[in-house]
Write a protein that binds this ligand. Structure first.
Ligand code: ZN
Length: 689
């Protein structure tokens, strides 16, 4: 049977694209093409799997066939999942709703197919001598995936695992629902505008609008997810600040229908049981085993080495801010709700940084061409040629052909502007990954959400947007410069605690004097940044890092404390125990400071009890340690030089997930990452080692 029977030849996914580098034929893709391509793609994938299993291939050929299977489905999905984020309408969302569960189930069924698992298990136990290193690593990953998802359990174990997964999925969803409800209920109501003195007129208008939407007079301040609420920086009245802060930290922990304490205890208990079932000491061990960190002790050790320096700096910031508070005629001590208000004032007074006023120096085209592209050219020898002749998926998207020393090798799509059909935020994604096995080229996209200027006007970026563009382009370089055999190891397909490392390294270049000098030119006069502005920018970025580091570390350590509990540890726990557990965990880790509460407290820690970051909230700083250490390597070796870029490309960027990432790091650096560069970057005193 031809599994593609039923997919008409005019369906653009029926055959590989014949456009340069396999760019999808966006001009021919219609929403109606996805459903038939998914149906035919899943059928074809199953048929290919049957065929390759029946063929009794030798190990290397088996792995190649397995990794090459399902191309039709992969072509359709790559376009589909990109469009759901960048250009979705109701029709596309309807397809998503219909097919997302089916596609997820299909991929699970392929991955956990008992015949595949049995073959992988046999090969893993007795790997043939002729397998190369990348194939061995693939075998390792496939085996670990199977073990981690329970495919090696006996029948009773598998049944219990299904029950645990089902209950956990329901509980984590419910955690988010209750948290959202409590967050809405706790929005803070103010009767009079005077109480909100200091708020910008636009924010005050928004607060009045929020009150109207709730059928109330006056003003309503809605809460955002973390402990720190943005309005606290502006509110002059201390009593108003206190009300907002208290509402923020009350979320999920004040009894009543939206209390999340029993829920999160149950989630932690079930995760511990699941980890034991799968052969791990606790949930954190199960999570971290799959990351570059490898074991929980390494993670905790790193966080604890950072803690003393963060605490010391937070204390000296506290002293400085207390002075400011007293000058204002307020009584010490400085409270948690005073912190960002005083810090904001200090920043404006000391550094006189008005980032808004710098926008004329950050014109989008200059930032992209003279900043981002020029840096990639200096480091990696890349050049970018716009291809206006190629089709794109939405108005305003641009395509660049990317060439290296060996000639053109891929495409870069740039999608900078916000539009209604695009989700918020900024990200890198790919339409095609570079793979030796498949012979495919990288087709990578960066999406931002910059406001589109009026016709004929220049697009002027904020400092944050400039940083974001350099950051996302760092992911792009990881994708473009990938040089691996199996697609699953290509580029950014690396563990979560490693993936932000290359992007953060690239972010650094954006504010280096020699790079800044080149692209930060006034968009009308062409003049460079005013004297002192560049230094002020850098100084402002290092300011307040004691607080920022400490509130983050407290949350990361709290996350690990919950997920290092062994199965049974929470038997008989009562909701009231949550506060005590939290206080003890923070005190024990040496990060309990009255005025610096954790970035998230347990009862509203969406990332770990609702989202997918359980026992992984540490990963942001883990990759930043690597990033800061790598950036120092560049500085020690003369900075922006082609040889340096080539070394980074060869040892690290090109290898994706095909080698142990920490080994790749050692190959790059000549040793393991040191923590001191991060301490220096964040201006944290004391090595803390
Ligand atoms: Zn990123």
């Amino acid at each position: 049977m031809d599994p593609r029977a039923g997919l008409p030849a005019d369906n653009p996914f029926a055959a590989p694209s014949d456009l340069p580098f396999g760019l999808p034929p966006f001009d021919r893709v219609r929403t109606g093409h996805f459903a038939p391509a998914f149906d035919a793609g899943m059928a074809a994938h199953r048929a290919e799997l049957d065929e390759l299993l029946a063929a009794e291939l030798p190990a290397a050929a088996f792995l190649d066939a397995l990794e090459s299977s399902g191309r039709l489905l992969a072509r359709a999905e790559a376009v589909f999942w990109n469009l759901t984020g960048t250009d979705a309408d109701d029709a596309l969302r309807a397809v998503q709703e219909e097919y997302a569960p089916e596609l997820a189930a299909h991929h699970d069924a392929v991955r956990l197919d008992p015949r595949v698992v049995a073959r992988v298990r046999a090969l893993h136990e007795d790997p043939p001598a002729d397998l190369d290193a990348e194939a061995r690593r693939l075998l390792e990953r496939l085996h670990s995936d199977a073990a981690r998802s329970g495919a090696l359990l006996d029948e009773a174990g598998a049944r219990r695992l299904r029950e645990l997964n089902a209950e956990l999925s329901a509980l984590t969803t419910r955690f988010d629902v209750e948290l959202l409800a409590d967050t809405n209920d706790l929005a803070v109501h103010f009767e009079r505008a005077e109480e909100l003195e200091g708020l910008a007129p636009a924010d005050l208008a928004r607060a009045a609008e929020a009150a109207r939407a709730r059928g109330r007079d006056g003003y309503v301040i809605a809460l955002v997810l973390p402990t720190g609420q943005p309005v606290l920086e502006a509110l002059r009245r201390r009593t108003s600040r206190e009300r907002v802060h208290r509402a923020s930290i009350a979320r999920g922990g004040r009894g009543g229908e939206h209390d999340t304490r029993a829920l999160l205890q149950r989630i932690a208990a079930l995760r511990a049981e699941r980890a034991r079932l799968l052969g791990f000491a606790d949930h954190a061990s199960w999570v971290v085993a799959d990351e570059t960190a490898g074991d929980v002790e390494a993670v905790v050790g790193m966080l604890r080495r950072l803690a003393p320096a963060a605490v010391a700096n937070a204390r000296s910031e506290e002293a400085e801010l207390t002075e400011l508070l007293v000058t204002d005629g307020e009584a010490p001590p400085l409270r948690a709700w005073d912190w960002s208000y005083c810090a904001g004032r200090l920043l404006r007074e000391r550094f006189a940084v008005d980032t808004e006023a710098l926008r004329p120096w950050f014109e989008l085209e200059r930032v992209l061409v003279d900043g981002v592209f020029a840096t990639a050219s200096a480091l990696y020898g890349l050049s970018f040629t716009e291809r206006a002749d190629l089709p794109v998926y939405a108005d305003g998207v641009r395509v660049f052909e990317v060439a290296g020393p060996g000639g053109p090798f891929g495409l870069y799509l740039f999608d900078p502007y916000a539009r209604e059909s695009k989700r918020g935020g900024a990200w890198m994604s790919s339409f095609s990954d570079r793979s030796g096995l498949l012979g495919t080229a990288p087709v990578v996209v960066n999406c931002l959400n910059v406001a589109r200027p009026a016709p004929g006007e220049a697009t002027l970026l904020t400092v944050d947007e400039v940083e974001t563009l350099f950051h996302e382009f760092g992911h792009t370089l990881h994708g473009l410069l990938s040089d691996v055999h199996y697609p699953r190891f290509s580029g950014t397909n690396v563990p979560r605690d490693f993936v932000e490392f290359p992007s953060q390294v690239n972010e650094f270049w954006g504010f280096e004097p020699e790079v800044l000098q080149r692209y930060a030119r006034h968009h009308v006069t062409g003049e460079p940044l005013p004297d002192g502005a560049a230094q002020g920018l850098r100084a402002a970025r290092a300011h307040g890092q004691g607080f920022a580091t400490l509130e983050y570390l407290a949350a990361a350590l709290l996350d690990l404390a919950w997920h290092r509990l062994p199965a049974g540890a929470l038997d008989g726990a009562r909701p009231e125990d949550v506060e005590r557990f939290e206080a003890e965990a923070l005190a024990e880790a040496g990060v309990a400071l009255e005025a610096v509460p954790p970035r998230y407290r347990s009862t509203y820690f969406h990332h770990v009890f609702g989202g997918g970051y359980a026992a992984a909230y540490y990963s942001y700083v883990w990759s930043e340690v690597l990033d800061a250490d790598a950036v120092e390597w560049f500085a020690e070796n003369g900075g922006l030089r082609r040889e340096n870029g080539e070394h980074f490309r060869r040892t690290l960027l090109s290898r994706g997930g095909s080698v142990d990432p920490l080994q790749a790091y050692r190959d790059f650096r000549g040793r393991d990452a040191a923590i001191e560069p991060l301490l220096r970057r964040r201006g944290l005193q004391g090595a803390g080692a």
